[in-house]
Ligand binder design. Structure first.
Ligand code: ADP
Length: 334
């Protein structure tokens, strides 16, 4: 898989699980969301009720799944995991909902990618803890109401704006996860290095953190690549030079841009003279899906001041030309 973007697979996934913080206190950063969430959970506990439905929004790898697991842990409730793309028919959702136990936490990743009929079933389940199961076809079809036990839905989406209003409105609380600062990522890395039994000095941590695009998943991933590099090179302790040499080898540059990020910027500057160009045209130019460019590459490029979003399309900012070592044309839009 790709080093920077994309979901974890195989051994990678096992390590990811091992590195996941188990409670709110171990969860680094996101102070606002953490405080809000802790209040929601505490109130539910005091009332002796299941917690309100929670929506987590933010780019991949910032901790949405981890928080869902923490919510279940803190509520002492079992956790069920599924995702929007896995729920193609309302029946898929009905099967999950009808098998929930009281107080269970249901985590739906990429909830914005659920099918329309499933979405409508979910509205009712969230509000009234009830679903209508349609039996039969055509004129003979009847719907049978089915009660489901109170549960807590934790939905995750890369952008809250992708959700239809009625669905968004049914969440009692929305937590917006932000990119992490370098200092926060250093804390994530220190904790992971300890768990992986790795020796890294302070400058080494800073070096890895500053190339991690504000994202804990990427920080952990880069740490493991550095670990491989140190192992093969017979290095006792990782310092700044070792970390940057290792990451250069994996084509992660000093700003943390990977190959996809750079190819988006290169296409924008070289093929489209700095834009403006439509997102889907840009995605085709780099051979990626529009959603990947929009949710994985773009938020970080915008935050770094490299790419701008305008009503007429995406534009290269002056920093993009500079980062690529290119000279912008005199009439460039940035
Ligand atoms: P998302 O669901 O948003 O894509 P995950 O919850 O799967 O992200 O997090 C990816 C990895 O990053 C996990 O292995 C977890 O260990 C780590 N991680 C995420 N957020 C934090 C955090 N705040 N503190 C420590 N580790 C974190």
């Amino acid at each position: 898989g790709r080093l920077v973007a994309g979901a974890a697979e195989g051994e990678e996934r096992e390590l990811e699980t091992a590195l996941r913080p188990k409670n709110l206190d171990d969860f680094v950063g996101q102070q606002r969301v953490r405080r809000q969430l802790s209040l929601v959970l505490e109130a539910a506990r005091l009332r002796g009720r299941t917690a309100d439905h929670v929506l987590m929004s933010g780019p991949p790898g910032l901790g949405k799944t981890t928080l869902a697991m923490i919510i279940a842990g803190e509520m002492n409730a079992p956790l069920r995991i599924s995702s929007g793309p896995a729920i193609q028919h309302a029946g898929d959702l009905a099967a999950i909902l009808s098998s929930l136990t009281e107080g269970e936490v249901l985590f739906l990743d990429e909830i914005h990618r659920m099918s329309r009929p499933a979405e409508e079933m979910l509205y009712m389940a969230m509000e009234d803890f009830r679903v209508d199961i349609v039996v039969g076809k055509g004129a003979g079809a009847t719907s049978i109401p089915l009660e489901i036990p109170p549960f807590t839905l934790v939905g995750a989406t890369t952008r809250a704006g992708l959700l239809p209003g009625p669905l968004r409105d049914r969440f009692g609380f929305t937590g917006h996860l932000e990119f992490y600062s370098t200092e926060e990522l250093e804390l994530v890395l220190r904790r992971s290095a300890l768990l992986l039994d790795m020796k890294v000095n302070s400058a080494g941590f800073t070096q890895i953190a500053s190339r991690s695009r504000g994202t804990p998943r990427i920080a952990n991933r880069l740490l493991r690549r550095v670990r491989d590099w140190a192992l093969v090179g017979g290095l006792e302790q990782v310092d700044s030079r070792a970390a940057s040499a290792a990451l250069e080898m994996y084509e992660v540059d000093e700003k943390g841009l990977d190959r996809l990020d750079r190819s988006v910027l290169e296409a924008l500057c070289r093929k489209f003279a700095g834009g403006p160009v439509g997102l889907s045209t840009l995605a085709i130019a780099v051979g990626e899906e529009t959603e990947t460019v929009e949710t994985v590459a773009e938020p970080f490029l915008v935050r770094e001041g490299l790419l701008g979003r305008t009503p007429r399309g995406r534009i290269a900012m002056p920093a993009a030309w500079e980062h690529l070592g290119l000279v912008p044309p005199p009439d460039s839009p940035g």
